[in-house]
Write a protein that binds this ligand. Structure first.
Ligand SMILES: Cc1ncc(C[n+]2csc(CCOP(=O)(O)OP(=O)(O)O)c2C)c(N)n1
Ligand SMILES: [Mg+2]
Length: 826
């Protein structure tokens, strides 16, 4: 049984030295490992079977297989978790091997029977390993194939960063290991990561390819291993291939064995898979047809029973425990390694090898056969030592010695960094939020202090163009080995100092946004993975959030903490051309769980939000794997989260005001009144971000013809909206006085008043405001893509300029024509 309290250590234990070279298991240990492998296979198969056929109402929840997918990794994962791994190693488990992972953690004491019984059910063990929803010490959440693989690479870079900055405890380097499906290797983000890893001098990273020659739909194209081998070698990886198990190697040494090896090497993937499925008799027939010589080869085959022949032919490298352990233990360097391990999808199960086995489930009859083979008595399916041919005490003792488990569950923590009471607001009277961001960051860099020292910035080749140059000039670029800025050495004038050193605090990436998010995810988990808290700030152009969206989603899903600064955004990217405008990102900001989105109009607002963000991303509620956040904490103000700032290059006159605590609170809650509507108001203009001047102008244009026009600034549609729905739910559950910020704001708006909302982004971002108190609403924004022009041209074209706001106001608050309304251009 694991309680959430047990999962955390204040910091990793200090003073451990690197583990010495190879640990060779004794013959007896190998026997126990063998038994454990059978146990893990059984528990995995049983967990899935139980979810489908045994659990009450199981039929209502026919869960996809994963049986075959998991089984191909049972041997490799047994070798890793029970013998090879050390506590500082971290593993991204192939999503569909989740049942194997849970079974292993069950044996190690970190998973419960209740959760296994509820596998894939409500609050049960997750079908893809999840850092946030599973209790059993998942290192990286996986599920969307490819992402976990890249995550290990970036975690390894972060480990190097932490070491180079002498942060965290003095512990051995961990190996960041991914268990990768062969079809998973089709995901492009893996290659983006591979390239970046090469640039950054990647080490301590192992990718173990589960070459079971099957994807979901199909059989893998021939020749993949050779191509991968060449590719990875080109990027400096060691490639280790584990093709044959020991039984096969021994058979190859028998007379006629060489011919068998040649046959295997030539056998197409489809044929191998089909024969594996069909079993011993089919192997015999085919091998004899192809190789039968009435001599050595025939004798080699005929010496074996059908079962033995089947066991021989499926004795691939990935199913030979002893040679797996041996191979892993022999790696005596920290260069990245790709292991190509040949496996059987569905190993040990009747589904083995069938091309349709991905979602395949064993029938109850097949399960009975497996139960008999495993010597598991009915009613004892979950017993940890049932059916083992080794005494429970010995297995227990072995489990107690498992090196990986020496620290128990490995969730580390690090102290919070103090955040200053306020960030200095740049003095310039006209600025864009992007410039403001650059100036604030440069000032943080100049001022220094513990918070500044833990900030790590990163950007996919848009460091300078997102205004991070000032910060980088002061804090330098990170690399494990120093690289001088040649331009500087040669005294060639340049605004930017591009010197790399182990002290640097900026990680410059190539232009792959997926990599940005994977790195932010790893940086943002540093406190938990390495016991060293970092404050990651990543910048990119706003539209390219969509390029890396899945990686962003996973970063949030696994509770990584970071600040994402997206700039420029919307039509204000106009000078770059129509293709760069971003429309949907404000909606992404609202919809993305774990990410609080802000779009400040002015730099003083930005300073308030950024300060708050430094705190928000360090907040951690008690990890509660049982429940969702409480209603009153739906905004995650107690549990914290990541923050997205949507900024712009459009220069605005700055308000030059003093932000008092009430206004500061409103900015964080999501909105404030610039001008409260009077009791007779007929129209309120609501704006977000850089369209502030248009909104203000429109209010002025209407002043003569509409009474008491109000102006509401929304700094975070996301937080306003989340607060609103949380408030409603709270009331529905009996907290009758619950009131959200947006409801309080709109209390000031008379019933008959109309709302015109406007932003440089999709109109739905603010359109919902009409539902809060039932005000008639016209939502303006950008719905179409790609027109080029100046900002003025485009605001007119898309209908978010002052004139469009006035026209909208006129249409929803009929009355005297608004005389300043110019006829809309066609
Ligand atoms: C990004 C993404 N696309 C699609 C899927 C659906 N999917 C799950 S597993 C899989 C194929 C897996 O094949 P492989 O990686 O070879 O693993 P195996 O099942 O053979 O172990 C697919 C397409 C997914 N999980 N993630
Ligand atoms: Mg596969």
């Amino acid at each position: 049984m694991v309680k959430s309290d047990d999962r955390r250590h204040d910091s990793p234990p200090r003073g451990r030295t690197a583990d010495p070279g190879a640990h060779v298991p004794s013959a007896r240990d190998l026997a126990v490992l063998d038994a454990l492998e059978r146990k893990v296979s059984w528990l995995s198969a049983w967990t899935i079977h139980h979810a489908n056929h045994v659990r009450p109402n199981a039929d209502g929840l026919k869960v996809g297989g994963h049986q075959a997918s998991s089984a191909s990794l049972s041997t490799i994962m047994t070798a890793l978790y029970f013998a090879v791994l050390r506590p500082h190693d971290r593993v991204a488990v192939k999503p569909h091997a989740s049942p194997i992972f849970h079974a292993i953690q069950y044996l190690l004491g970190h998973q419960t029977r209740e959760k296994l019984e509820a596998y894939r059910g409500y609050k049960g063990a997750q079908s893809y390993p999840s850092r946030t929803k599973d209790i059993d010490d998942v290192d990286f959440s996986t599920g969307s194939v490819g992402l976990g693989v890249a995550q290990t690479l970036f975690a390894s870079l972060v480990q190097d960063y932490v070491r180079a900055h002498k942060l965290g405890a003095d512990t051995p380097d961990g190996r960041m290991i991914a268990l990768v499906g062969d079809a998973e290797m089709d995901e492009g983000n893996i290659y983006e990561a591979l390239l970046e890893g090469w640039k950054q001098g990647l080490r301590n990273c192992w990718w173990i390819l589960d070459y079971n020659r099957q994807s979901l739909d199909a059989v893998i194209r021939e020749g993949l291993p050779a191509r991968l081998e060449a590719l990875f070698r080109a990027f400096g990886w060691e490639v280790v291939t584990l093709k044959y198990g020991r039984k096969l190697m021994e058979a190859f040494a028998e007379p006629g064995g060489e011919r068998l090896r040649e046959w295997i090497d030539r056998a197409p993937n489809q044929l191998y898979s089909a024969l594996t499925f069909q079993g011993g008799a089919a192997w015999r027939k085919r091998l004899l047809d192809d190789l039968g010589d009435q001599g050595d080869v025939t004798a080699l085959i005929e010496r074996r029973s059908d079962d033995e022949l089947s066991a021989l032919m499926t004795n691939l490298g990935g199913h030979d425990l002893a040679s797996l352990v041996d191979t892993f233990e022999r790696i005596d360097h920290d260069r990245p390694v790709l292991f190509i391990t040949y496996t059987i999808k569905g190993y040990g199960l009747p589904l083995a090898g069938h091309k349709d086995n991905h979602a395949g489930l064993m029938t109850p009859a097949q399960m009975e056969t497996l139960r008999a083979a495993m010597e598991v008595r009915p009613g004892h399916e979950w017993d940890r030592f049932e059916g083992l041919d080794i005494a429970p005490a010995e297995v227990e003792a072995f489990l107690g010695r498992v090196p990986f488990n020496a620290l128990g569950a490995r969730r580390f923590a690090d102290a919070k960094l103090e955040v200053p009471g306020a960030l200095a607001v740049p003095k310039q009277t006209a600025l864009s939020t992007q410039q403001g961001f650059g100036l604030i960051m440069a000032e943080i860099a100049r001022m220094g202090g513990p918070l500044a020292d833990r900030i790590v910035t990163t950007s996919p080749d848009v460091t300078v163009s997102t205004n991070l140059g000032g910060w980088v000039n002061r804090r330098g670029l990170f690399a494990r080995e120093a690289v001088a800025d040649l331009f500087r050495q040669e005294r060639i004038p340049s605004t930017f100092d591009w010197t790399f050193s182990p002290k640097g605090q900026h990680m410059e990436l190539g232009i792959a946004e997926m990599n940005l998010f994977s790195l932010l995810s790893a940086l943002g988990l540093s406190h938990s993975l390495f016991g060293a808290r970092l404050i990651p700030v990543g910048t990119l152009y706003d539209p390219f959030i969509e390029r890396g969206l899945d990686a962003l989603n996973y970063a949030c899903y696994q509770e990584a903490r970071f600040i994402l600064v997206a700039t420029p955004s919307g039509l204000t990217l106009a000078p770059e051309g129509g293709a760069h405008q971003s429309i949907a990102t404000p909606l992404i900001g609202m919809a993305q769980d774990g990410l609080a989105a802000f779009e400040p109009a002015y730099v003083d607002e930005l300073a308030v939000v950024l300060r708050w963000a430094f705190e928000h991303l360090q907040r951690e509620g008690t990890p509660d794997f049982e429940s969702e956040p409480e209603e009153q904490n739906w905004l995650r103000d107690e549990t914290g989260g990541s923050v997205y700032l949507r900024l712009s290059t459009r220069t605005l006159e700055q308000p030059g005001r003093v932000i008092d605590p009430a206004l500061e609170r409103d900015i964080i809650e999501g909105g404030y009144w610039v001008r409260r509507p009077g009791p007779n108001a007929e129209i309120v203009v609501v704006y977000t971000g850089v369209v502030a001047p248009e909104a203000i102008e429109a209010v002025g244009l209407m002043a003569e013809d509409r009474k008491d026009v109000g102006l509401l600034a929304v700094t975070s549609a996301d937080r306003l909206n989340a607060g609103w729905t949380a408030g409603a739910r709270a009331r529905e559950r009996g907290l009758v006085n619950a009131r959200s910020h947006v409801e309080r704001l709109l209390d000031a708006v008379p019933r008959q008043c109309g709302l015109v909302t406007v932003l440089d982004g999709h109109p739905a971002t603010l359109g919902w405001l009409g539902s809060v108190a039932g005000h008639r609403t016209r939502a303006l924004g950008v719905e179409h893509f790609g027109q080029t022009g100046t900002i003025a041209d485009l605001y007119r074209h898309y209908g978010i300029d002052a004139n469009a706001i006035v026209a909208a106001a006129q249409s929803i608050s009929p009355g005297r024509p608004i005389r300043h309304l110019r006829a809309l251009e066609a």
